[in-house]
Design a binder for this molecule. Structure first.
Ligand SMILES: [Zn+2]
Length: 221
């Protein structure tokens, strides 16, 4: 079975994906990890990607697609996989369908974890990082003993540029625009599954993962 994860940055889809993959014995494939591994192991595809990255250019779709194709051929993908970070566009979604079709498989579910944007902005804006040791705090749920000072090393706590509300809001708008195409694509294929999460919904992305797992276990056996 193949599950594609959709959801905004900060929605907790990464956590949900890992839980689902582990419990259902599926490979967990995140494009971020895929790039890091190919670069670290200096594979031909990693070296190809590096040429673009060194020039500050985006890695072309076909390089990413070939990396994924090679990853899908590895031995831990016997039962299928949870894909996090791919596809990002309609074109990528179509290539994924072609790839899976060649393997006699298909996307069985596109799980869209839907957290209200205002909750995501607040969640991320509450984070503080230590300049000394990079420890991360949350000013509401996990505050330091003394405001602005790291418990571990006494370093100064600060808000990273990419955690500022206006920056997060911007990123979420970009996500909204780019994800609409994918949501429509999978909806038309009748595999889209939207689950609300967050404070208002009263459940976390972890709860969503457990619910989906249970349904799959009941329905697939
Ligand atoms: Zn520190």
């Amino acid at each position: 079975m193949y599950i594609v994860l959709l959801g905004a940055p900060g929605s907790g889809k990464g956590t949900a994906g890992k839980v689902i993959a582990e419990d259902l014995n599926l490979a967990h494939i995140s494009t971020g990890d895929l790039f890091r591994e190919n670069l670290k192991n200096e594979t031909p595809l990693g070296l190809e990607a590096k040429q673009y990255m060194d020039k500050g250019e985006l890695v072309p779709d076909d390089v990413t697609i070939r990396m994924l194709k090679s990853r899908l051929g590895e031995s831990d993908v016997v039962n299928g996989a949870v894909l996090d970070g791919f596809p990002r566009t309609g074109v990528q979604a179509k290539s994924l369908d072609v790839m899976l079709n060649e393997m006699g498989a298909k996307v069985d579910m596109a799980l869209n974890i839907d957290v209200p944007f205002d909750e995501i902005v607040e969640r991320i804006a509450n984070r503080r990082s230590c300049r000394g040791c990079s420890e991360i705090y949350n000013v509401v749920f996990n505050p330091p003993k003394q405001e602005g000072i790291c418990d571990k090393c006494g370093g100064e706590l600060y808000q990273r540029e990419d955690q500022k509300p206006e920056v997060v809001q911007n990123r979420l708008e970009v996500y909204k625009n780019s994800s609409a195409e994918l949501i429509n694509y999978y909806d038309a294929k009748h595999v889209l599954r939207t689950e609300k999460a967050g404070d208002k919904a009263g459940r976390t992305s972890y709860d969503v993962a457990e619910k989906i797992e249970k349904e799959i276990k009941n329905g697939w056996n």
